[in-house]
Design a protein around this ligand. Structure first.
Ligand code: ADP
Ligand code: MG
Length: 250
């Protein structure tokens, strides 16, 4: 579904990504592993339109999407989760889900007033969808809680929930399990698997927890020093000597 063709991303003279070619297959959950500084987040940012690559091409189902801004990718169903921003932390969980970006941002005040009834109806639909998402993610009990008061894991679920407010096709999750307790990590894992099986989401996840990766991922790509080091099934990757060396730093 997503194909990276020989991506390079340099920061000054530093090669954060140094010639990465890879495929993220449709309908699968692909893991992206690698030691800190390997270039994983930078690669996500290049694919998701946050950074333009120095060179190379990204395609989505054959269409060149290189360097498209995040809102253009969003319209194509390519989403990267972001942490709940400071300004949203005082809003409720439900309100956070209802803040779908790109909605009526282009509307003038006059249009907004003129289309008030339409907007009221849209808001009703948005609310119903948000309630469904809360139910799916087992978050209904915290729907009116301020987002800032949630635990780390619950915040991650809300971030995942935001991707469900639109018709996402490919979702990129950067260290979804960082600082999350094991119970919630399992809930997040279940949500990912269900979104994949029941709603056809394609996922690419950066995660350090090997059990999580092994349980979730169909295949794994390992990066080190801005390059792809190995690819394969989780069980094979964990036996791979190059991978073990990269992690041990020897
Ligand atoms: P990972 O997510 O695998 O830990 P990153 O993609 O965050 O790695 O970073 C890869 C390398 O690129 C690191 O050495 C980091 O310091 C560097 N880097 C990332 N973003 C920037 C930036 N905006 N400016 C300069 N260097 C950066
Ligand atoms: Mg990172």
């Amino acid at each position: 579904m997503i194909v990276c063709h020989d991506i390079h991303k340099h920061f000054g003279g530093f090669r954060a990504i140094d010639g990465v070619s890879l495929k993220i297959p449709e309908g699968a959950i692909t893991g992206l592993l690698g030691p800190n500084g390997a270039g994983k987040s930078t690669l996500f940012n290049v694919i998701a339109g946050v950074h333009k690559p120095t060179s190379g091409k990204v395609t989505l189902a054959g269409e060149d999407i290189t360097g498209l801004p995040p809102h253009a990718l969003f319209a194509r169903g390519v989403l990267r989760t972001f942490q709940i921003a400071h300004e949203f932390s005082s809003m409720s969980v439900l309100e956070n889900l209802m803040m779908v970006p790109g909605g009526q941002s282009g509307e003038t005040l006059w249009n907004t007033w003129f289309h008030r009834s339409r907007i009221a109806r849209e808001e009703e639909e948005l609310r119903a969808r948000a309630e469904d998402v809360l139910d799916f993610l087992t978050l209904t009990h915290v729907r009116d809680e301020r987002a800032g008061n949630l635990s780390g894991g619950q915040k991650k679920l809300v971030e995942l929930g935001r991707t469900m407010m639109v018709d996402a096709r490919v979702v990129f999750l950067d260290e979804v399990g960082a600082g999350v307790n094991r119970t919630l990590l399992a809930t997040i894992g279940d949500a990912i698997v269900r979104l994949n099986r029941e709603r056809g989401y394609t996922f690419c996840v950066i995660e350090h927890d090997m059990d999580f990766i092994a349980r979730l991922c169909d295949s794994v790509i390992v990066m080190a020093e801005g390059r792809v080091l190995a690819e394969g099934a989780p069980a094979d990757i964990m036996q791979n000597e190059q991978v073990i060396e990269a992690y041990l730093g020897t």
